[in-house]
Design a protein around this ligand. Structure first.
Ligand SMILES: [Zn+2]
Length: 432
């Protein structure tokens, strides 16, 4: 098996910074960390030097809609419901095809690799097409098919969407990089009877349930008017809090909702930039952490963010909650880094990623300290959260495979993918 030793000035390994060390990788797994490139007498390591650099675990983006990347910047400065109902849903019904999803996912994969994301959790349609792109890219993903009450060109009704999800699950059940989930869109678009079917499906196959929850204030009101319950109460009643779950947003929670999520150890994907851009509000992350909720970080789709940049997202999370709480001690740099790595892995139930340690998958990124904004270095974690740009990521590895080195992609043709994306944008522009 291929043995590689990656040298860096700083390596964030098992929650600690190690100086002038080698990360030892055997095949697709991490073997350990050493001050020498020949730990325990094993010779034959190929040595790779990353000078003036930091090695971090790969970032985990727990809420994405990859096929929407080609809608980036198409409809801005609108509230969630106007944005969805008047712009995004009509554009999706007009443009979405397998070719569109592939072109979009390719562009998304390029962006993720270049900004240090090694795993994403995606909710959408055309999951097979997207999964094939991610496979080619070498990225790890939790992929799920969306479920809605109503018909779209991807399905007739909830049963039909679940049937498609079942086929997808069977196809990828034993895949090395792709895991599967089920993604009922939200309690305001999927009624409790259908949501219950999703919960039952997840229970039966031991799958992650990934959904949008309490994103906008009127969403709560819709559920209270229709069902007499908040979205979180609905989740509790149908048993979704007992499952492996990933609740995106959770911006509008009552104290009781928050406590219920905390008591059951629920997972929340915090999408701060999307929530700010759509004017949805601010999730109460400080209280959520105190209540015992596992918080990870998601960018949401690039149509509402407008990028998939987890480094920018971590920066927003760390800064905004300090400002909101008027307390600079809220969410330290290391806490936010953990949200974007190990908490994300916990959310997705992926036990072998999110942290660099022996036996884990070798998913890691290299961040350069060359640029003026990264100089000098007292604390590399502080730099990643408060100073780094996504362009400081110089190399990205998943399962020991190098996907980018010196900012050159090795698995995808970036130029062709960008040219193709521009052609799609022109088509959309010409047919408005
Ligand atoms: Zn979303």
């Amino acid at each position: 098996m291929h043995r590689k030793a990656f040298y860096a000035e700083y390596i964030y390994y098992q929650g600690e910074i190690h100086r002038d060390s080698y990360l030892l990788v055997v095949g697709d797994k991490i073997y350990g960390i050493s001050e020498h490139a020949d730990e325990e007498g094993s010779t034959g390591y190929d040595i790779e030097h990353f000078h003036n650099s930091i090695i971090f675990p790969g970032l985990i983006n727990t809420h994405t809609h990859l096929p929407m990347v080609l809608f980036r910047g198409m409809a801005d400065d609108l509230s969630l419901m106007d944005w969805l109902q008047k712009h995004i849903w009509p554009a999706e019904s007009k443009w979405l095809s397998e070719d569109f999803a592939i072109a979009s996912a390719e562009l998304a994969a390029v962006e993720m690799i270049k900004s240090g994301t090694t795993t994403c959790c995606d909710m959408y349609f055309h999951a097979e097409a997207v999964a094939s792109v991610l496979h080619r890219a070498g990225l790890r993903a939790m992929m799920g098919i969306g479920v809605l009450d109503f018909a779209t060109k991807f399905g007739e009704n909830a049963d039909d969407y679940i049937e498609r999800a079942s086929e997808f699950y069977l196809k990828y059940e034993k895949d090395r990089l792709i895991s599967t989930s089920l993604c009922p869109h939200a309690p305001y678009t999927v009624k409790p009877e259908n949501f219950q079917k999703c919960v039952d499906f997840c229970k039966k196959h031991d799958l992650l349930l990934h959904t949008h929850l309490s994103e906008a204030p009127n969403e709560n009101q819709i559920c209270i008017d229709k069902y007499g319950k908040t979205p979180v109460q609905i989740m509790n009643d149908i048993g979704a809090l007992e499952l492996q779950n990933n609740f995106a947003h959770c911006v509008h929670l009552s104290d009781e909702d928050l406590q219920l999520l905390g008591d059951t150890g629920a997972n929340v994907s915090h999408c701060i930039q999307s929530n700010m851009k759509l004017g949805s509000g601010f999730a109460r992350i400080k209280e959520m952490v105190e209540a015992g909720i596992n918080i990870s970080i998601g960018t949401d789709g690039a149509a509402s963010n407008n990028d998939l940049d987890m480094i920018g997202e971590m920066n927003s999370v760390a800064l905004v909650h300090k400002g909101l709480n008027q307390d600079a001690t809220v969410l330290t740099a290391e806490t936010v880094l953990k949200m974007a790595t190990i908490n994300g892995a916990k959310t997705l139930g992926l036990n072998r990623v999110g942290e660099l340690k022996r036996g884990n998958q070798a998913d890691f990124i290299v961040v350069s300290m060359d640029e003026p904004h990264m100089t000098p270095v007292f604390n590399p974690i502080s730099h990643l959260i408060y100073s780094a740009k996504s362009t400081d990521v110089t190399a990205t590895y998943v399962a020991g495979q190098c996907l980018m080195k010196d900012r050159e992609l090795l698995t995808l043709d970036e130029q062709t993918i960008k040219d193709n994306a521009r052609k799609w944008a022109q088509k959309i522009q010409d047919n408005k």
